[in-house]
Design a protein around this ligand. Structure first.
Ligand SMILES: O=C(O)CCC(=O)C(=O)O
Ligand SMILES: [Fe+2]
Length: 326
């Protein structure tokens, strides 16, 4: 894990850049402003920029930046992302996340997730306690590759913490920390697995405990779990939304083994307010521990976005010149 803690001076400079940007762009439209935000990021203090560029080059598994500015008078944690969107909650923090993230990659969103917003809210929501989405709380969020189903998923999932009063852990498991036996490793490198859209994407048919077979009907990709350089592979896996192709018992065993080995290797990262983690979505899977939601405005609250290293590869793949996929 690579970590950089801004000095208070650096924090104030970053807050100043964000305030100036918002004063000159009164209507917050991050999809529209993403390129301008990268230009402004050049004004950030050199130390943090050098750190981010070096970490990107080294492909550090988890990149953490701490002591980022968070408003002293932060509004109460919204009860859902829908309310956060309606109220424009914590916009300056969204901008700070995009400023830092722009050094690592291009932010993008999904048309069918959180209403096509570029930056999402992660907060517990009533009725979602046991869902398989980030709005859950009382159910463990299984280790996953973010947006495992899509070839254009992010190179990084970016999480910035605004509140975390009960020190709830984000779980991370590094591919580098596990070793697979040879036959299993080889199977994981073969196109014998199906990757389905998760429940945070507003896809039909809706999937739930009552309707598990709905997952199978969702459009999906068939690909390998491990890919890229044999000596230092990348991975995609989400035990809840990945399965072997029908009838392939060997692939199914390999998948279960991989999920178990990664779960056993999981570490805990407790994000504090003002701390952002950029999780390498090709080398690390992540999830979250359970917690008891408060629903009184003091709950855990993160801002989230996804970053690709080069959006133009996405344009080629999706045949659409858009930061919004799907
Ligand atoms: O809440 C967390 O720490 C992680 C949630 C998550 O997996 C996500 O927002 O993508
Ligand atoms: Fe996630």
């Amino acid at each position: 894990m690579a970590r950089y803690v801004l000095s208070d001076d650096e924090k104030n400079i970053l807050a100043g850049i964000a305030d100036e940007f918002l004063a000159s762009h009164p209507v917050w439209d991050p999809l529209e402003y993403a390129d301008d935000i990268r230009v402004e990021a050049e004004r950030m203090p050199e130390g943090v920029r050098r750190f981010l560029v070096a970490s990107r080059g080294a492909e550090d598994a988890v990149i953490v930046v701490a002591n980022l500015p968070v408003a002293a008078d932060l509004v109460p944690t919204p009860p859902s992302w829908q309310v956060a969107e309606k109220e424009g909650a914590a916009i300056r923090e969204e901008l700070v996340l995009l400023l830092i993230g722009s050094v690592l990659g291009d932010a993008f969103g999904w048309a069918n997730q959180q209403n096509g917003r570029l930056v999402h809210d992660v907060c517990p929501s009533k009725g979602q306690e046991n869902s398989l989405t980030s709005a859950s709380s009382q159910q463990q969020l299984t280790l996953h590759t973010e947006d495992v189903f899509h070839a254009c998923r992010g190179d990084y999932v970016a999480l910035m913490c605004l509140r975390n009063p009960d020190a709830v852990g984000t779980t991370v498991a590094l591919l580098d920390s596990v070793e697979f036996d040879e036959p299993v490793r080889q199977v994981l490198h073969e196109d014998r697995f199906r990757f389905f859209p998760d429940d945070s994407h507003n896809v039909v048919p809706q999937h739930s405990a009552e309707n598990p077979s709905a997952l199978e009907e969702r459009p999906h990709e068939v690909a390998s779990v491990l890919f890229g350089p044999q000596e230092a592979p990348y991975l995609r896996i989400d035990a809840d939304f990945t399965s072997a192709v029908p009838g392939d018992a060997t692939a199914e065993r390999a998948l279960n083994e991989a999920a178990e080995a990664l779960a056993a290797a999981a570490e805990r990262l407790v994000l504090s307010p003002g701390e952002a983690a950029f999780i390498d979505n090709y080398r690390v899977i992540h999830g979250r521990d359970t917690f008891t939601p408060r629903y009184d405005g003091t709950d855990r609250w993160l801002k989230r976005t996804s970053l690709v290293r080069d959006l133009r590869r996405t344009y080629v793949r999706t045949e659409s010149r858009s930061r919004l996929l799907g």
